[in-house]
Design a protein around this ligand. Structure first.
Ligand SMILES: Cc1cc2nc3c(=O)[nH]c(=O)nc-3n(C[C@H](O)[C@H](O)[C@H](O)COP(=O)(O)OP(=O)(O)OC[C@H]3O[C@@H](n4cnc5c(N)ncnc54)[C@H](O)[C@@H]3O)c2cc1C
Length: 568
């Protein structure tokens, strides 16, 4: 019952200060900023507060490379975008949610351009759209070549700064950086009533405090830090997912985590974002070798080193297990200096930063957690199952990705569904209600010590990463239970993050163990085929009502929602 025990005891510590807002947005990536800007516009006169754990531009959004997908080009239609998305989702997309995404997507991207985002275009201003894996049309808008996220983030944060000023119509959007949301406050009838925060600030608003509000929008991004290797930044610790679960919200599709096969291995114990080595490098002729210099993709797949991401990631994990190593190598020496400097200047620069010159040396690489297709389950208005609690962006599961995300659909999802949340709020805000589950009183919160983090990451990488099996997942669940028993009473931010990751890991392992099939990005070695019995979603909630489970979770299988459409 460890998850439930932590969930019950993990009521935020006594707040040192208390204030109010009408809407709290947690997170400053594409989803959070879009939600805040639109809520501010739709709710003139109301207080919109955006809080973020680190600096405003710290999140996955600014690192996005390829671009943002939308049917904007000649000959393309939302219907075709819908079909490509359903195929990638391997039978588990919610077709209604995807239809919303693809029909509202082009307008949302145009509004982003209207806000000031400069996408690559020809001299006449026609967007330069490219194609990516799984898209049958050119529909990926990009900026600065491979720096789309940085441009999107720049434009959104500029708009946020402009919206900060109070006007005759009402207050501007207030933002607080270095404000980690610890937990949700709720009323007795389990409506959202605000958040508790740990702020590194000035004056009265420093340390642990509470903001009371009838609406909280969780836009906290992904869960990459669950694993030893990830493309996600250090802030991606699944906080929103954990907060939502603790408040009783449903999560869905947690077992579907996308892994990128090649990020630079930075050595044991390295934490934070690891540089991506794009597939395009293999496209130009680089190939993977093991620690003894042997090529291992040849013969495993007709496309060898250019096999689909999942296949390459799986092969790398197998080779690492067979050779007892924690990385393999990418050999791109045959590309030559000119190709490296002209075609891949950014990648070469990040290699050089780590004292590796790919012109002459092998690049150590590992598969890395890249994207969480699952999250807090929402409807098409971004509402979770807890009244007043919304989620959007990577923290949410709107149903658009199914078992595997189509490339460049995640930025679009963040935009479209954040706009929809604001539209829903414009129909009427719930009234303020006093929270009853406030402080832990004299009982200190029980947190997983930050030293548990490395154990969680190693365990998840080995047992619940690219390759999974029933016995491995059972061992992971046991070990997580033990880690949870070490709960300490040190309320440091790192311990809150470890606690959140522990709960997310427990829920993810339970979902992965439940789904006894291989589908999309979920690979079960003991169930290597897809099964029609699993055409639906595994929902996870925190509750200690299921005596058959030791982890304090309740798992429910629900058949796929929305019309099936042509999902293949
Ligand atoms: C290297 C890389 C390349 C990618 N390339 C693409 C691409 O080309 N196209 C595409 O569509 N997608 C891409 N993705 C995925 C995409 O970037 C993300 O899914 C998307 O940016 C997520 O946006 P978000 O707003 O949900 O979260 P994020 O941008 O991650 O923002 C989350 C925010 O929440 C804050 N936060 C977290 N926890 C708390 C807390 N407890 N309290 C307060 N604040 C908190 C963070 O500080 C941050 O501000 C890529 C991802 C990576 C990592």
């Amino acid at each position: 019952m460890i998850a439930a025990r932590l969930a019950r005891r993990l009521l935020a510590p006594e707040p040192g200060w208390i204030r109010r807002a009408d809407v709290i947005v947690v997170g400053s990536g594409i989803a959070g900023v879009t939600a805040a800007l639109n809520a501010h516009e739709a709710l003139a006169g109301r207080n919109v507060l955006l809080v973020t754990k680190s600096l405003l531009d710290d999140g996955s959004t600014r690192w996005a490379q390829g671009g943002i997908a939308a049917a904007l080009g000649p000959g393309d239609t939302p219907e075709q975008h819908l079909r490509d998305t359903l195929v990638a989702g391997a039978g588990l997309c919610d077709a209604d949610a995807v239809r919303t995404l693809v029909t509202e997507g082009p307008g949302a991207v145009r509004r982003l351009i209207g806000l000031g985002a400069r996408f690559d275009a020809d001299p006449a201003g026609v967007l330069a759209l490219t194609r990516e894996g799984g898209h049958l049309r050119r529909r990926i808008a990009h900026a600065g070549g491979d720096a789309t996220g940085a441009e999107v983030s720049r434009a959104l944060l500029l708009a946020l700064a402009e919206a900060a000023a109070d006007t005759d119509e009402g207050p501007g959007i207030e933002t607080i950086e270095h404000a980690m949301t610890l937990d949700l406050l709720r009323t007795t009838d389990n409506r959202v009533a605000g958040v508790t925060l740990h702020v590194i600030g000035e004056g009265q608003q420093d340390g642990v405090g509470a903001v009371l509000a009838p609406v909280v929008v969780l836009a906290t991004g992904g869960i990459g830090q669950l694993y030893l290797a990830t493309t996600n930044p250090a802030v991606s610790t699944g906080d929103g997912l954990a907060l939502g679960l603790r408040a009783g919200a449903e999560a869905a599709d947690l077992e579907f985590v996308q892994f990128h096969p090649t990020v630079m291995w930075l050595g044991p114990g390295s934490r934070g974002r690891q540089p991506l080595i794009s597939e395009a490098v293999r496209g130009e002729g680089a190939f993977l070798v093991d620690a003894d210099g042997r090529r291992f993709m040849t013969g495993r797949h007709p496309l060898a080193d250019l096999a689909p991401r999942d296949v390459v990631a799986k092969a790398i994990m197998k080779v690492m297990a067979e050779t007892g190593t924690d990385h393999v190598y990418l050999d791109g020496r045959n590309l030559g200096k000119q190709t490296w400097t002209e075609r891949f200047p950014t990648i070469r620069a990040s290699c050089l930063e780590h004292r590796i010159d790919p012109v002459h040396e092998l690049i150590p690489v590992v598969p890395a957690a890249h994207y969480a297709s699952g999250g807090l389950r929402t409807d098409r208005h971004g509402r979770t199952s807890v009244p007043g609690l919304y989620a959007c962006g990577e923290a949410a599961c709107t149903g658009v990705h199914g078992a595997n995300r189509l490339a460049s659909n995640s930025l679009l999802e963040g935009l479209v569904f954040a706009e929809r949340i604001a539209a829903d709020l414009a129909r009427g805000l719930p009234s303020h209600a006093e929270p009853t589950l406030t402080a832990g009183g004299d009982q200190p919160p029980a947190l997983v010590p930050s030293s548990g983090l490395e154990r969680i990451q190693a365990l998840m990488t080995e047992r619940a990463g690219v390759l999974r099996s029933g016995p491995g997942l059972a061992a992971a669940a046991d070990e997580l239970r033990k880690i949870g028993e070490d709960a300490s009473d040190q309320p440091a931010v790192a311990a809150w993050e470890a606690t959140n990751l522990h709960l997310v890991a427990t829920a993810l392992v339970a979902a992965a163990a439940t789904r006894t099939e291989t589908r999309g990005s979920h690979w079960r070695e003991d169930y290597p085929a897809e099964s029609d019995d699993w055409l639906g979603h595994v929902l996870v909630t925190v509750a200690d009502s299921d005596p058959a489970r030791a982890d304090g979770l309740t798992l429910t299988f629900v058949p796929r929602t929305g019309p099936a459409g042509d999902q293949r």
